[in-house]
Design a protein around this ligand. Structure first.
Ligand SMILES: [Zn+2]
Length: 362
């Protein structure tokens, strides 16, 4: 039982129809795959190890800043070309593709939010994907995200369609965003839900579906249902996952779809949400949940506690409470203290795999 045996999918990074099959399987079995932001081989390892131990599929994603970090913060990254962001994304993909099969689970390799001003980054990655596709028959990335949610709806949908046309021959997935996934909505009045810009309207979802579906089936929508990026005080913004159910019903009726969940939804701004809210969103067709903020916190905990506990061993290379001539090399080796961050981040990924019922699904 599980993705590898039921869908006949090989471990490692998956592409095209395999990604589609996995997302369909997730809707059918009512689970979502956590999308973990990775910025280094160390954060990749933490996420992969969690998925391996939980026998779960996983999405690894690089943001533009995370991709640039992969290449090195010392490299120039012009706004016209985003050289470092492209190089880092390519490097991350090669690294993850090389190690992922050894973890024995399916991995979806994705890039996170790409706003209008970052489109040169997306263009650069598409070039690398197309070159790889020519050589091997798969792109580098399973999937990319384009985020024009801050632009006019018409521009958002038309531009997303243009990029989906470019991705389609490679059977590459494209995630898009509509509505405002806010971050500053403290104290916003949500009583009139349907008229609030925080909440995506069903007509918009239908228009996206009708524009994108004829191009390719490989797309998903991050819709706003009161979600926020980052962690805020509970109660400030009210989540309405049931809106996703309304969208599904609306699209199903308008296109006379057989499936009660014709749309693949993505949950952004998931850090800080309750388990019940996740469960509800998943029941309405959410197949991927982004988690970034909580992972950064998870990684810090191990490093912080290690340094705090061992501080008397970390002040000089030689000399500690056990003696003035005792060496501290075993304490300050990065493999020791960085590993502590991996362990606590891994624990946080495992919690997410359980919360979204992805554990055991590989
Ligand atoms: Zn978003």
């Amino acid at each position: 039982m599980g993705i590898l045996s039921d869908l006949n999918i090989k471990p490692g990074v998956i592409y095209g129809d395999d990604v589609l099959k996995v997302f369909q399987y997730a809707q059918e079995k009512q689970f979502a795959i956590p999308a973990i932001n990775v910025t280094s081989s160390s954060t990749v390892v933490a996420a992969l190890e969690a998925a391996k131990d939980k026998k779960s599929p996983i999405v690894l994603q690089c943001s533009q800043g995370g991709a640039a970090y992969f290449a090195g913060k010392g490299l120039p990254d012009s706004s016209e070309k985003r050289e470092a962001s492209v190089a880092g994304a390519v490097a991350a993909a090669h690294y993850i593709r090389a190690v992922a099969p050894h973890y024995g689970i399916p991995v979806i390799l994705h890039t996170d939010h790409c706003a209008k001003k970052l489109l040169p980054w997306l263009d650069g990655m598409f070039e690398a994907d197309e070159a790889e596709f020519k050589l091997t028959g798969t792109p580098l990335y399973s999937s990319h995200m384009i985020d024009l949610s801050e632009e006019e709806v018409k521009f958002n949908i038309e531009t997303t369609a243009k990029y989906l046309k470019r991705a389609a021959p490679m059977k590459q997935w494209l995630e898009m965003e509509i509505g405002i996934t806010g971050g500053e909505e403290d104290g916003v009045n949500n009583e009139d839900v349907d008229n609030n810009s925080l909440y995506t309207q069903p007509e918009d979802i239908l228009e996206i579906y009708n524009t994108l579906a004829p191009i390719s089936p490989y797309f998903s929508i991050a819709a706003g249902f009161g979600n926020v990026h980052g962690v805020y005080k509970p109660g400030n913004v009210k989540l309405h996952p049931e809106l996703l159910g309304k969208h599904q019903k609306f699209v199903q009726e308008k296109i006379s779809a057989k499936s009660s969940k014709p749309v693949f939804f993505v949950f952004h701004g998931g850090s800080g949400s309750t388990k019940e809210e996740f469960k509800q969103a998943i029941s309405f067709g959410v197949v991927k949940v982004n988690l970034d903020t909580d992972m950064q916190w998870g990684y810090l905990i191990g490093v912080r506690d290690y340094v705090t506990k061992n501080i008397e061993y970390l002040k000089t290379q030689v000399g500690n409470p056990e003696g003035a001539d005792k060496p501290n090399k075993k304490k300050y080796d990065p493999r020791v203290w960085v590993r502590e961050g991996e362990k606590t981040m891994k624990a946080r990924v495992e919690e997410a795999l359980d919360d979204f019922a992805a554990a055991g699904q590989a």
